[in-house]
Design a protein around this ligand. Structure first.
Ligand code: BMA
Length: 386
């Protein structure tokens, strides 16, 4: 363990140790209607941001990586630095269809198992939802051939729309999954849900040019209301636009669904620079810096947690990207976590974390050893009151 922030054993593990796994844990609701542990997680995320340290996260970290798929207890990140990310991320895309596996082929049973395991270890989980298009039958992504239909999808799922009932049944499938995130000792596992992301661009059917601001906000309200009606008490909500607001607070907030809905404000920002293109890498760093400065200032005004909800350099084409590009920008902003996207087993050249032998692996270990980055060994429980 390189840095110790939280010293207590996870509550679940304590009960398992002394109760033989049979005893039910106390899982009280806070005044907000959410579980106390969910509120504690939010409070801890704010403390992290204010403390100048941040969790490191990786999407689909423990379910596949470069050259492997479905192994137990494996992670490309762990293979490089001997520690798991403090934050795990998974996607619920295709849960709405009633499928047993998500759009990237990971079974929902396995995702549930990984979420509960991560909770037992005191770490955090975030969930995205690349759901299909209920009107066109296409994917989350806008296809030119379907554009006319996709332009009307958000309107169609709102109250009065032709797909409203179908869509509520899709949200109910998400609710069933969230409600099923319960440990054997009866604790609902808190997670951060991040639907309707990158809406400031126009590549998803809920994107900027595909619906009005009011429709987008109504989509959020409908989602959260329905999940609440379905008894979901273990979820925090993240708002994560892309970089299109370009540092402009008003643009960032144009479609913000409201303080009563959102718990964490974020930003998705990627580096797609070709090999050795130092100019483009520097542009990424400048864009990240500018946007994070604005998002952190807005989050402070709204008293929200704040994070870099998605980032990464596809194929990590420079040896020192972690400590020369990413870390210096993150050090300037009070974020509570950074999440890099997946190491796809099914899509060549689509990876964002190092694996053994990858050219940035040694630099990633330096990033790991930096006092500001928190991995699983660095935290003990994000669900206890800070
Ligand atoms: C995208 C890509 C896709 C993937 C989707 C959901 O950014 O990684 O290949 O299907 O996320 O994980």
């Amino acid at each position: 363990m390189k840095k110790t922030l939280f010293l207590l054993l996870p509550f679940g593990l304590m009960l398992m140790a002394c109760g033989g796994g049979q005893q039910k844990a106390d899982d009280p609701l806070a005044d907000s209607g959410r579980t106390q542990r969910t509120e504690n997680l939010l409070a801890n995320l704010k403390v992290l941001g204010d403390s100048g340290v941040y969790l490191f996260g990786h999407h689909d970290d423990t379910v596949y990586g470069i050259g492997w798929e479905g192994d137990e207890d494996r992670s490309d990140v762990k293979s490089v630095c001997n520690d798991y990310p403090a934050l795990q991320s998974f996607d619920l895309g295709h849960i709405e269809l009633g499928d047993t596996a998500n759009l990237d082929g990971v079974s929902f049973n396995r995702i549930r198992q990984e979420i509960i395991k991560q909770y037992d270890l005191g770490g955090m989980v975030t969930l995205s939802w690349h759901l299909d298009n209920p009107l066109s039958g296409g994917t989350s992504w806008v296809a030119d051939s379907l554009k006319d239909i996709e332009m009307n999808t958000v309107a169609a799922v709102l109250e009065g729309g032709e797909k409203h009932e179908l869509f509520l049944s899709w949200i109910d499938k998400v609710a069933d999954f969230l409600n099923s995130l319960e440990t054997p000792y009866g604790v609902k596992v808190p997670v951060l849900f991040r639907p309707w992301h990158e809406h400031t661009g126009s590549w998803f059917w809920w994107g900027q040019n595909l619906c009005t601001a009011d429709q987008y906000k109504a989509l959020w309200k409908m989602t959260v209301n329905r999940l609440q009606e379905e008894g979901v008490t273990n979820v925090l909500y993240a708002y994560s636009p892309g970089t299109e607001p370009d540092g402009d607070e008003a643009k960032y907030l144009e479609r913000y669904p409201g303080d009563e809905i959102i718990d964490l404000m974020g930003l998705d920002c990627y580096c797609w620079a070709p090999e050795a293109d130092t100019t483009q890498i520097a542009q990424y760093a400048a864009t990240l810096d500018k946007n994070l400065a604005m998002v952190c200032a807005v989050a402070k005004k709204h008293d929200k947690a704040v994070a870099l909800t998605e980032t990464g350099y596809e194929c990590i084409k420079t040896k020192d990207w972690w400590t020369a590009t990413l870390e210096p920008v993150l050090a300037k902003h009070p974020i509570c976590y950074v999440l890099v996207w997946r190491n796809a087993y099914n899509r060549p050249h689509h990876y964002f974390a190092p694996y053994p032998g990858q050219q940035s692996a040694a630099d990633f270990v330096r990033f790991y050893n930096d006092k500001k980055t928190l991995f699983l060994h660095d935290i003990n429980d994000l669900y206890l009151k800070p």
